[in-house]
Design a protein around this ligand. Structure first.
Ligand code: ATP
Length: 245
């Protein structure tokens, strides 16, 4: 785990290479909740492709709210969010939905896997929403299921899976459309420590190989430990580690 606040290991891989472009850029973000209490202001963040950033902080500081703003599901009071080179601010609702479908992958604590679809159908869904090529979506889903250790299970129904297996399906689904940005909220919240460690290692490997920028909100030191950078959310923005406090 690094505690260096400077941009990304992806950028630092070779000093002779130009820095990797940020897949997620946040400038001067501010957010208050209804009633007027300000959660944060002046929040800046840049995450490069292949980089995993963990965001930690005390309960109620606004981590989930921040994730929702990054996804274009909630509006900031001030500041800008740019995903894969596109600024969210000027987009209307339809364009935001399209950007979310095409450029962002989500891993939720509650999985949101559809029980009466097969694993292959669940994983293929984000790609099927943006591409008419069903064969390609099925092939990509099969490839990612194999990558998360569920090869050969594409025709099994999601309702029959364990929590750890469902979480692996959720990770495959978040990656299938090769998003610029992956947002994960407590991605291993319901898993036992051994399964969580395996799932996290798969997630980190897939993010790094796929070149997405990833932001993980977590209370878990074990989850934060797989990140390249750990940032703590405070009222004045994101500060570098420690993992808790
Ligand atoms: N729509 C809303 N109306 C009023 N208050 C809200 C609203 N949405 C969020 N809040 C408040 O904003 C604060 C931040 O909530 P948020 O869920 O983002 O925190 P968090 O850091 O993710 O917390 P936790 O770690 O407990 O999940 C909380 O005090 C919450 O009650």
């Amino acid at each position: 785990m690094r505690h260096d606040p400077s941009p990304s290991p992806a950028a630092a891989r070779a000093t002779s290479e130009p820095p990797a472009p940020a897949r997620l850029l946040v400038r001067g973000l501010a957010k208050s909740v209804p009633g007027g209490r300000q959660l944060f202001h002046g929040l800046d963040l840049a995450v490069c492709g292949g980089e995993l950033v963990a965001i930690v902080g005390e309960s109620g500081t606004g981590k989930s709210t921040l994730l929702n703003i990054l996804a274009g599901l909630d509006e900031a009071d001030a500041g800008e969010v740019e995903v894969g080179g596109t600024r969210l601010g000027p987009l209307d609702e339809a364009a935001r939905t399209r950007l979310r479908r095409e450029r962002i992958g989500f891993v939720f604590q509650a999985f949101h896997i559809l029980p009466y679809l097969t694993l292959g159908q669940n994983v293929a869904l984000p790609l099927a929403l943006v591409s008419p090529d069903a064969d390609r979506a099925a092939a990509e889903a099969g490839r990612l299921l194999a990558a998360v250790g569920l090869g050969g299970r594409a025709d099994d129904y999601a309702r029959d899976l364990s929590g750890g297996e469902l979480q692996r399906v959720a990770i495959a689904r978040a990656l299938v459309h090769r998003p610029a940005l992956i947002l994960a909220d407590e991605p291993t919240g319901n898993l036992d420590p051994d399964t969580a460690a395996r799932v996290l290692a798969l997630f980190a490997q897939a993010v790094r190989e796929g070149g997405a920028a990833a932001v993980i909100v977590t209370h878990s030191p074990a989850t934060a430990a797989v990140a390249d950078r750990v940032l703590r959310l405070e009222a004045t923005g994101l500060r570098q580690g420690p993992a808790h406090g």
